[in-house]
Design a binder for this molecule. Structure first.
Ligand SMILES: C[S@@+](CC[C@H](N)C(=O)[O-])C[C@H]1O[C@@H](n2cnc3c(N)ncnc32)[C@H](O)[C@@H]1O
Length: 361
């Protein structure tokens, strides 16, 4: 069966399973490493059956708008009630109080895209993903890749494409499997027609981004390491950033770690909502959305000989975008074959004005 068809069936069955998955016990975690995909991957046909749905009759419009307004009102009321509740667990934002929920993805993998797709679309997250992925160059490693929500955005087409190799790693074999199927559906055809960068190397790996990860196919460390929405899902977020730094080619001043993350807001009332619902959200979705991401990344960068090139916040401060690069000192040390040592640096955020607090840095 064609991969595109397989993928569409896979998505359809994911949607059907979405309502039952939460009651099923998690399948045992496998240690199998998926086979690398090569240029002989089966061909995927692009969809030509995208017909736009018929417009609703105009008499329905007031009902639709009414329902939307009622939904929005109900949502705002819930938000207000949640914001006015006192904290039920004052320590819930401390990492030490947050249990490891990463295994949750083993059995939400097939539903993941349908669960986050609409909210990400409405919030413009796909645009942020695209902007970040387009910065990737050279040997690229995406850690905590999940279902491959960034796959469509890498610069991999044509001979002048910036990406030389693409590696995807995630601790959940189920997430990696969805990612690999998505690749086949999106790029199987283009690979067969040799439209991708000649010699582009591709690898899908199951493993923890907290441990030793394979070197790039060139035998070197990576020119770009990217992670999106990963620091919320590990028990050791600072160690994860530090481990990315260990796998980065710090002898190259153009090397980058790119992060798109989510966490605490700069608004106290919103943090109250996040803190009050964090435990339930983590148990259901495997993600702690109330972490102080800025502080965490800045400290880890400092520890690892990295400097923050840019740090931006969106969505009332809950979405964070970082670009990190090796410090001059780290570059010199790596070029001389010495291990990187932390260099004290000024905390950029302490110098920010009020505009940056609104996410307009
Ligand atoms: C919220 S999902 C994000 C997935 C994807 N990056 C995205 O942007 O949609 C978090 C992912 O991190 C993975 N993860 C958690 N701990 C990990 C670890 N130690 N090493 C690698 N992946 C990990 C989970 O399996 C899950 O796929």
């Amino acid at each position: 069966m064609r991969p595109a068809l397989l993928y569409r069936r896979h998505v359809a069955s994911s949607l059907r399973r979405a309502y039952t998955a939460r009651t099923e016990p998690p399948p045992p975690r496998q240690t199998r490493r998926p086979e690398p995909v090569n240029s002989t991957s089966p061909v995927a046909k692009s969809s030509s059956a995208n017909k736009s749905p018929a417009a609703p009759p105009s008499s329905l419009a007031p009902w639709i708008f009414g329902a939307l307004a009622a939904g929005l009102g109900f949502y705002s009321l819930q938000l207000y009630l949640a914001a006015s509740k006192p904290y039920h667990n004052t320590r819930i934002a401390d990492l030490a109080a947050q249990k490891d929920v990463a295994e949750r993805y083993d059995y939400t993998a097939t539903n993941f895209d349908s669960e986050v797709g609409l909210s990400e679309l409405l919030m413009g997250v796909n645009g942020l993903r695209k902007k970040l992925a387009r910065k990737c160059h050279g040997d690229v490693l995406e850690v905590s890749c999940g279902t491959g929500r960034n796959l469509g955005y890498y610069d991999i087409e044509g001979k002048d494409a910036k990406v030389e190799s693409l590696g995807f790693i995630d601790i959940s074999p189920q997430m990696v499997e969805v990612c690999q199927q998505k690749w086949a559906a999106l790029f199987g055809n283009k690979m067969a027609q040799q439209k991708l960068k000649p010699g582009l190397k591709l690898r899908f790996m199951t493993g923890s981004a907290l441990g030793d990860m394979p070197m790039a196919p060139s035998g070197k460390k990576y020119a770009t390491i990217i992670q999106t929405m990963g620091l919320c899902s590990t028990a050791s977020p600072a160690e994860l950033v530090e481990n990315m730094a260990r796998h980065l080619d710090t002898s190259n001043p153009d090397s980058r770690i790119l992060l798109l993350e989510h966490g605490r807001s700069y608004l106290p009332w919103l943090n109250r909502v996040l803190d009050n619902s964090a435990e339930r959200h983590a148990e259901l979705h495997g993600c702690w959305f109330n972490r102080e991401i800025g502080e965490l990344v800045e400290k880890a960068a400092l520890q690892s000989g990295l400097e923050v090139v840019s740090e931006r916040r969106h969505h009332l401060g809950t979405t964070w975008v970082f670009e990190l690069k090796p410090t001059e000192d780290a570059v010199k040390k790596a070029q001389a074959g010495l291990p990187p040592v932390a260099t004290p640096q000024t905390n950029e955020r302490e110098q920010e004005g009020w505009l940056s607090k609104l996410g307009w840095k």
